[in-house]
Structures are given as structure tokens and as C-alpha cells.
Ligand binder design. Structure first.
Ligand code: SOE
Length: 396
């Protein structure tokens, strides 16, 4: 039976910018590459600006468009609401959708605060009792090389895990003339680099290790304190009536952490790593070996086997394109590579498969809440300057 004869899963997406475009690509593709128990139907996309969302509907492949998310949640032809809106809208939309009996996919981070995430988890748990499913969109878990890293660690091949070191480096706001977009406003985004890209490496480290952080100590910085207001500066408070506003989130955060099983972690998330566009790297060191991943070479995983003869040993490159590698069986012959967008197709594939099989997708809202707790702990530590030991200036 091909996918065309499967029952439809009506999808309504809120938001149509970068994440909306990435999710649209996945909704268009997943059912054409994988056999799914349900056929995704791209029913409607929602945005406040009518002209812009109508154009997005045509460009991204949605059958209709809405300008009020409440209409999406109320539509009988929508079975799943996909939230690709800024973080300040996640909780309200997700809770309303779950209470209306709609499955929910919500972009990361789950909410802007722990309280919001807790309310979302409560709504998800109540909805799950009626077979309504929910997932948070940590898409990098579905990069095949990172899914492979998890299976290697869980196999015990690396032995006892001692270190995780992860960075997520961007540079899109290095120019102080870059405007005060929503990602730079606490009331919209919840936090800056920490919640936007730091959330990814926190989730990835915990996912690959199968272990949770139990404590952190942090530093953060806002290098550029104010920026020009964007055109649509609705609700932004200009500084002294000027055309500039205060940046109310972190530009960069560095933190260390300890995992429940004893591993030590070091993490860096910044939007000021000049020259690094979307450089996400993670390395795991264990008593028997190590793994290293660099998103700029996302089809590769470096593996070091510490049990090998050191004179013949060293990191070797695994090209993660074999049919037996995670997600690869549906794609191309070995050596033909995948991209960023495939992680979203894999995410949607796993979500639709779980819904069709009556199972809870992963990562759950509860997983998203756990990341939210780490984000809050990092912010609290950075704010308290806890553990900070000043170095005396050299005598002149
Ligand atoms: C912006 O930093 C961003 O779009 C993140 O929000 C995404 O989660 C990341 O995948 C790419 O960069």
C-alpha cells in the first residue's frame, strides 16, 4: 500500500520563516521517501502578515493560509499543529492545540521559562491519555552521524564516559548595526545564544550519552548592549525616544557541567565567533575511545579506539552514508551525502510513525522541560557569578 492510500494527517504550521521553511520541506518530503502509517497533508500555514503568509503558502506548498493561530487550532481538517513561531508563543499555542486534541510538534527550546515548559508538559501528559502526541524539535538528534554516535556510546564501545565538550558557534550579529530582531529580545526569545543554540548542544550531549546534567557553572556576556530597532519594532521600547533598543539577552555563554554518571562537560554557545556560520561540534571521550563530530562535515563521524595498538591507532573517519546507518536506507547509495534539511525530514518521519503506531514520540515535552531546567540553571549561575575567583592584577 503506498502512502497515497494511507489516512491523512492534516498539518497546520504556525510560522513560515527559517524554521517554517525547514519544516515545510520535511512535510513535503517525508511521505515520499519513507513509508509512513499516515499521509501528511499540508493543510494550512499561519502568520500575522496576510500578504507574506499567502506568499509563503504558495512557496512552501500549503493548501491554505491563516492569519490567526486560533483558527488553525480550531480547524477540523487539522490533526497536528507544528509550532515554528518565536518562543513567547510556544506555550499558549501548544497548550491550546493539545487541549483541542491536536498532536503538537514544537520547535526548541520548548518554552521561554521553566514555568511555561512545566505547563506544556502538564498539557502534553493530559492529552497523551487520549492518544494525543507531542514532540519538541531537537532536529540534530536526527543527523545520522549523531544518531550513530548515540548508538556507539550506548553499545559501551567507548567504555566509561569522562568528557563531553560541545560548541555551537555563529557570527550573524557580530556587526553592531544588525537590528534588534526578536531573537535578541528576552520577552520574545527567552534568552539569546543560550536558548537558541545552547539548547541544541545541551540536548545533544544528554541524548548521545544517555545521561543528564546534574549541575552547571556559567559565564555569559552581552557584547553589544543596544542595537537599531527593526522596521517592525512593535512593542520595543526605544532608548530615550531614539531609534535604538536595549539587547536583553546573552550574546555568548560558556558553562561547565557534571553528568549524573560522573562525566564532565564543557559547553560554548556564541553568536560572536567571527567566521563561524553554524559550526556545531561535539566530542565524547571515554575510557575505551572517543567520538568527534563537526556539523560542517555532517556526514562524517570521527572514531578513536583506545584499545588499538597505539602505533597503528588514531582517529578514523566514518563516512555515515551506509544503508545500515540511521535513516540512510531511504536515501542514496553510499558516498552520496545528506544535508541540514534531512534532519527535519527524519524528525517528521519519526513523529508521523510514532503517531501512526500510537506511541509517544521522542524527544518528549518532558525532555524539553529537562533542557529548560539546564538553561535556567546556566542563567542563574551566570547571573550569580557563582564560583567566580577574581585574579589579582599584576603589581605595576
Ligand atoms: C538560529 O541560531 C538558528 O536558526 C537556530 O534557531 C536553529 O535551531 C539552528 O538549527 C540554526 O540557527
Amino acid at each position: 500500500m503506498n502512502n497515497e492510500t494511507k489516512p491523512a494527517l492534516g498539518v497546520g504550521m504556525i510560522g513560515y520563516a527559517f524554521m517554517g521553511a525547514a519544516h515545510s520541506q520535511a512535510w513535503r518530503t517525508a511521505g515520499r521517501v519513507y513509508y509512513l502509517p499516515l499521509r501528511p497533508a499540508m493543510v494550512t500555514v499561519c502568520g500575522r502578515n496576510r500578504a507574506a503568509v499567502e506568499a509563503a503558502a504558495g512557496r512552501q506548498g500549503w493548501s491554505s493560509f491563516e492569519t490567526d493561530w486560533k483558527h488553525v487550532v480550531g480547524r477540523d481538517d487539522v490533526d497536528l499543529v507544528d509550532i515554528c513561531a518565536p518562543g513567547d508563543l510556544h506555550a499558549e499555542i501548544a497548550i491550546a492545540a493539545l487541549e483541542a486534541g491536536k498532536h503538537v510538534l514544537c520547535e526548541k527550546p520548548l518554552g521561554n521559562t521553566v514555568a511555561e515548559a512545566e505547563a506544556m508538559v502538564a498539557a502534553a501528559n493530559a492529552a497523551a491519555r487520549h492518544g494525543v502526541r507531542s514532540m519538541v524539535g531537537f532536529n540534530y538528534r536526527r543527523v545520522p552521524a549523531l544518531a550513530l554516535a548515540r548508538s556507539i556510546v550506548s553499545s559501551g564501545k567507548l567504555g566509561v564516559i569522562r568528557h563531553v565538550r560541545a560548541v555551537y558557534l555563529q557570527d550573524w550579529i557580530v556587526d553592531p548595526a544588525f537590528p534588534l530582531v526578536w531573537r535578541l529580545q528576552r520577552e520574545r526569545a527567552g534568552s539569546g545564544a543560550l536558548g537558541d543554540i545552547g539548547a541544541h548542544i545541551i540536548d545533544l550531549a544528554q541524548f548521545i550519552l544517555g545521561d543528564l546534567l546534574v549541575g552547571v557553572s556559567a559565564l555569559s556576556e552581552t557584547f553589544v548592549k543596544e542595537r537599531p530597532l527593526p522596521e517592525e519594532s512593535s512593542g520595543l521600547s526605544a532608548i530615550g525616544g531614539s531609534t535604538r533598543g536595549a539587547v536583553t539577552v546573552d550574546d555568548a555563554v560558556l558553562f561547565i557541567g557534571r553528568f549524573a554518571n560522573g562525566a564532565l562537560g564543557s559547553f560554548e554557545a556564541t553568536r560572536f565567533a567571527s567566521g563561524r556560520k553554524n559550526a556545531m561540534r561535539i566530542e565524547i571521550n571515554g575510557s575505551e575511545g572517543s567520538l568527534a563530530f563537526d556539523f560542517e562535515s555532517m556526514n562524517e563521524l570521527s572514531f578513536y579506539d583506545h584499545t588499538e595498538n597505539p602505533e597503528l591507532g588514531g582517529f578514523r573517519r566514518i563516512l555515515v552514508t551506509e544503508p545500515g546507518h540511521p535513516y540512510l536506507s531511504a536515501w542514496w547509495p553510499p558516498g552520496h551525502l545528506l544535508g541540514y534539511e534531512h534532519s527535519f525530514t527524519h524528525e517528521i518521519r519519526d513523529l508521523v510513525e510514532a503517531i501512526g503506531l500510537g506511541q509517544d514520540p521522542s524527544p518528549s515535552f518532558a525532555d524539553g522541560l529537562q533542557v529548560q531546567h539546564v538553561l535556567a540553571a546556566v542563567e542563574k549561575s551566570a547571573g550569580a557569578g557563582s564560583g567566580w575567583q577574581p585574579i589579582p592584577a599584576p603589581a605595576l
